[in-house]
Design a protein around this ligand. Structure first.
Ligand SMILES: Nc1ncnc2c1ncn2[C@@H]1O[C@H](COP(=O)(O)OP(=O)(O)OP(=O)(O)O)[C@@H](O)[C@H]1O
Ligand SMILES: [Mg+2]
Length: 423
C-alpha cells in the first residue's frame, strides 16, 4: 500500500500543501514547531477518521481560516493498493453556524472515491502503523491507552470489529442513561433486557477479537523480543477482561498465574464469552443499578505484559517498557500485513531520537524493509548514513515542505531493499 499524493487545505499550520510521496522512506526533517507531526497526523486522520492528538476536531482547522466565510479544513490523499487499485480519500471538517474556532462544533464529511461514507467505512482503505513518542510509554500508561492501542490496530484490519466497537460504545451510553433513570423510578428488568442482549452481542465479539489478536501478538513477539534485547527472556501479553472467562484464566506459567494473568487461547470461544458476560451482568445487577453505570465489559478491559513471568505494569524499568513498545509496533506491522494482505504505511514521529542504538537499529531495519515509511526527525544524526542514503529527505519549514538539498550517498554495493543494519 502506498500514499502517492497528499493535499491539505487549512489543516493545522498548513494553509495549502500538495505533495507526492514515493515508495520507500520519506524523512521529514525540520526544526521544532514547523509541521512535521501535523503532516503525519493528517495521514493518520485519513486512515482512521480520528486524530491521535486533537482533543476536539475543530483544533485541526487552521487558525487563519477563522476569518473565512465558512471555516473548513480539507485532507485528501491518493492511495495505491497492492492490487493496482487507486483510492481517493477525502475528509472535510466544516464549522456550523458558529464560526469561532475556539468553541465551534465541526462536522466531518468523508468521501471515498468521491462518494460520501461514514467514518466506519473509511477504515481499512489506508492501513497505517503510527508510532509516536508517547507510545513508548504504553506499558506505564492507563488501561484506556492500551485499549485504544488495540482498537486502532483492530479497527483498521477488521470492519466487523470497528462496527461492533462503535455500537458497543453507544449501547453502554444508552444503557447507563437507563440505569440512571432507574434511580428515579423503580427498576424494570424487562426494559434492561434488550440492552443487555445488544451489549453482550457486540461486546463478546470485541473481546473475542482482542483475545485473538493478543494470541497473534504473542506468537510474533516470541521472535521479535529476544532480537531486540539479545536475551532469551520471554515477553508475554495477557488479556485481562473484567469478566471472568475460564478460557482466559488458564495458564501453565506459575508466576503469571499467581498474578492472576491467563494465557490467551488461540481460538477465542465466543459462546463462552457471551455466557460469562450475561452471567456477570446478572450477578452485578444491584451494583450496576446502584452505580448507574455499566461496570463490566470490554470498555474496562486491560492488556498486561510479563517478562519471564514478572508483571511489567509494576516492575518494568524504563528501558524494558520501551522495548516492549518497540516489539509491539514491529509485531503490529506483521499482524497488519498478515491480516490484510497489504503492506501498511509506517508513520513514525520522532521516535528514533528516543531509542538507544540496538532498538533504533531494529526499528531502522523494519523501516528499510517497509513498502513505504514516512518519518519525522529534528536531528539527522539519529540515523546511519546508509539509512539517510536510502531516504528521500524533505525539509519542513513553517507549514511548507520542500525537497532537501541534503543528499547522502548510499555506500557502494548496496542495492535497494537490502539492509546491512546490524541487530
Ligand atoms: N489549527 C492550527 N492552526 C495553525 N497552526 C496550528 C494549528 N494547530 C497547531 N498549529 C501549530 O503548528 C505548529 C507545528 O506543529 P507540529 O506539532 O507539527 O510541529 P513539529 O514540526 O512536529 O515540531 P516538534 O519538532 O516540536 O515536534 C505548532 O507551532 C502549532 O502551534
Ligand atoms: Mg512533532
Amino acid at each position: 500500500m502506498l500514499i502517492s499524493h497528499l493535499a491539505l487545505s487549512n489543516f493545522r499550520n498548513y494553509p495549502h500543501l500538495e505533495i507526492d510521496f514515493a515508495p520507500g522512506i520519506t524523512l521529514l526533517h525540520g526544526n521544532n514547531a514547523q509541521g512535521k507531526t501535523n503532516l503525519l497526523e493528517a495521514i493518520f486522520f485519513l486512515a482512521t477518521a480520528r486524530s491521535p492528538h486533537a482533543g476536539a476536531e475543530r483544533e485541526l482547522i487552521h487558525f487563519g481560516a477563522a476569518s473565512e466565510p465558512i471555516p473548513f479544513a480539507r485532507v485528501e490523499a491518493k492511495v495505491e493498493r497492492a492490487s493496482g487499485q487507486t483510492i481517493d480519500l477525502e475528509i472535510v471538517l466544516v464549522t456550523g453556524e458558529e464560526k469561532d474556532l475556539a468553541t465551534a462544533r465541526v462536522s466531518k464529511r468523508i468521501k471515498v472515491n468521491g462518494v460520501n461514507k461514514r467514518a466506519l467505512d473509511l477504515l481499512g482503505n489506508l492501513n497505517v502503523v503510527l508510532f509516536l513518542p508517547e507510545d513508548l510509554d504504553l506499558v506505564f500508561g492507563s488501561p484506556g491507552d492500551r485499549r485504544r492501542y488495540l482498537d486502532t490496530t483492530l479497527s483498521q484490519i477488521d470492519p466487523k470489529y470497528s462496527r461492533a466497537l462503535s455500537q458497543y460504545g453507544s449501547i453502554v451510553e444508552q444503557r447507563n442513561a437507563l440505569l440512571k433513570e432507574f434511580r428515579e423510578r423503580s427498576y424494570n428488568a424487562a426494559e434492561l433486557e434488550p440492552w443487555n442482549n445488544k451489549l453482550v452481542e457486540n461486546g463478546a465479539y470485541v473481546m473475542a477479537r482482542r483475545a485473538q489478536a493478543i494470541d497473534s501478538y504473542n506468537n510474533l513477539v516470541a521472535e521479535i523480543h529476544p532480537r531486540l534485547t539479545a536475551e532469551h527472556k520471554v515477553l508475554k501479553l495477557h488479556y485481562q477482561p473484567t469478566i471472568p472467562i475460564e478460557a482466559f484464566t488458564q495458564n501453565d506459567d506459575a508466576s503469571a498465574r499467581q498474578l492472576g494473568l491467563g494465557i490467551t487461547p488461540p481460538a477465542a470461544p465466543l459462546e463462552q464469552i457471551s455466557a460469562a458476560f450475561k452471567q456477570q451482568l446478572a450477578d452485578l445487577r444491584t451494583k450496576e443499578v446502584g452505580a448507574a453505570l455499566t461496570l463490566v465489559g470490554p470498555h474496562r478491559d486491560d492488556l498486561r505484559f510479563t517478562i519471564d513471568g514478572v508483571d511489567m505494569t509494576t516492575y518494568a524499568s524504563r528501558g524494558q517498557g520501551r522495548t516492549i513498545a518497540v516489539a509491539l509496533k514491529l509485531a503490529e506491522i506483521e499482524l497488519m500485513r498478515a491480516e490484510t494482505g497489504e503492506e501498511p504505511v509506517l508513520l513514525l514521529d520522532d521516535v528514533m531520537s528516543e531509542l538507544d542504538k540496538p532498538r533504533r537499529a531494529a526499528l531502522a531495519h523494519a523501516i528499510l524493509n517497509a513498502h513505504q515509511a514516512i518519518l519525522s526527525a529534528t536531528d539527522l544524526d539519529d540515523f546511519t548514513e546508509e539509512f539517510l542514503g536510502r531516504a528521500k529527505i524533505l525539509k519542513v519549514n513553517d507549514g511548507k515542505v520542500e525537497a532537501s538539498e541534503m543528499r547522502v550517498d548510499v555506500p557502494e554495493g548496496k542495492s535497494e531493499g537490502e539492509s546491512n543494519v546490524p541487530f
